[in-house]
Design a binder for this molecule. Structure first.
Ligand code: HPA
Ligand code: ZN
Length: 334
């Protein structure tokens, strides 16, 4: 089914096989000698225990070719899942802080994005994330370093360790990004409370919320998000792996849908969290007994919530409509 993926970290899509290849290619010492022991390390208590491994793993990304290879592999996999448009997250601070130049990172990623457009017709855009455990001054540095490529960026976001680093810490940075015509998003309400989601909306004035799970704890906020149709990029399998939720049975997703929010489904860090976008769709469908029309609504939301220019967004929605028109009848039943 044609759809967009709006919450996927490039660094979180390195499959173990490629990770070990890159480590060898760049002579980077890593504590895992084979795919099985590496995969066994993907056993996380919480967001921080994941981030520790994730940031350390970034060391295998050194040359533009490495960033290209990781990005191209994800886009190929996404294409196989029916993704026709992807908005990718990248955290340059995890690379520039190790001495890798911004140009190296961006040029590698963009080469892969252009290839995916040319070879698979998959469009994509890039959102740079500031790491929230770092200072707002460092976020401003990131913005300045990226400015030579501003016209090629969709916008900026906020990722990393959430608790203790509320959106309010980055209020001036976000105002500045917006004044430069950038789209803005923020991870909020993954491990943090509903008040962080509210801050992201009211102080940062985000175009979308990444995760957003905790908003269910604030009825007024839930209504506000539904009325403003502020999209949430929900990542169910990520939430299970990072113990944000015990199971899909107790996950907030059905409540978000019930409240009328513009929910999208995404994979977050697919190689670490046990599944790509269709795995997220399928496991939710099985857990919640969704009719096909529910899947179509989620796909429609993803295209609606994308930052595609209006003509392309309409064309993408028309592809979804054409898919539904060709599908068995129950796919279009309300
Ligand atoms: N949350 C915060 N930061 C992240 C995540 C996440 O799920 N994945 C990669 N960086
Ligand atoms: Zn994320």
């Amino acid at each position: 089914m044609p759809k967009a993926e709006l919450h996927m970290h490039i660094e979180g899509s390195i499959e173990p096989e490629l990770f070990l290849q890159l480590a060898e290619r760049n002579a980077v010492q890593v504590p895992w000698s084979d795919v099985d022991t590496l995969r066994a390390a993907y056993d996380f208590r919480d967001l921080q225990s994941f981030l520790d491994l994730y940031y350390d793993g970034c060391r295998v990304l050194v040359h533009a070719q490495d960033f290209h290879d990781v990005t191209r592999a994800y886009l190929r996999r996404a294409h196989a899942d029916g993704v026709i448009h992807a908005e990718l997250f990248l955290g340059p601070q995890g690379h520039t802080s190790r001495g890798v130049a911004m140009a190296t990172v961006l040029e590698g990623v963009w080469a892969a994005m252009r290839e995916a457009q040319r070879e698979d017709g998959l469009s994509s855009g890039l959102i740079l994330l500031a790491q929230r455990h770092r200072s707002e001054a460092e976020a401003f540095e990131l913005l300045e370093q990226a400015m030579p490529w501003a016209e090629h960026l969709l916008g900026f976001g906020l990722g990393g360790a959430e608790v203790g680093h509320p959106p309010s810490k980055f209020e001036r940075f976000f105002a500045h990004c917006r004044s430069r015509g950038m789209r803005v998003v923020a991870h909020a309400g993954e491990e943090g409370p509903a008040s962080y989601v509210r801050e992201a909306v009211e102080l940062l004035q985000v175009d979308r919320i990444d995760h957003g799970n905790a908003c269910v704890d604030d009825e007024a906020l839930l209504r506000q998000l539904a009325e403003s149709r502020t999209p949430l990029t929900v990542c169910p399998l990520s939430n299970l792996r990072l113990n944000v939720s015990d199971s899909l049975d107790t996950h907030v997703l059905p409540r978000l849908l019930q409240a009328g929010l513009c929910v999208t489904l995404n994979s977050d860090d697919p190689s670490f969290f046990g599944g790509y976008i269709n795995d997220n769709f399928l496991q939710c469908q099985q857990a919640y007994g969704w009719a096909p029309s529910q899947l179509v609504e989620l796909a429609r939301n993803s295209l609606d919530a994308s930052f595609l220019p209006e003509p392309q967004r309409r064309a993408a929605l028309a592809r979804l409509d054409a898919f539904v028109a060709r599908a068995p009848r129950q796919w279009s039943a309300a």
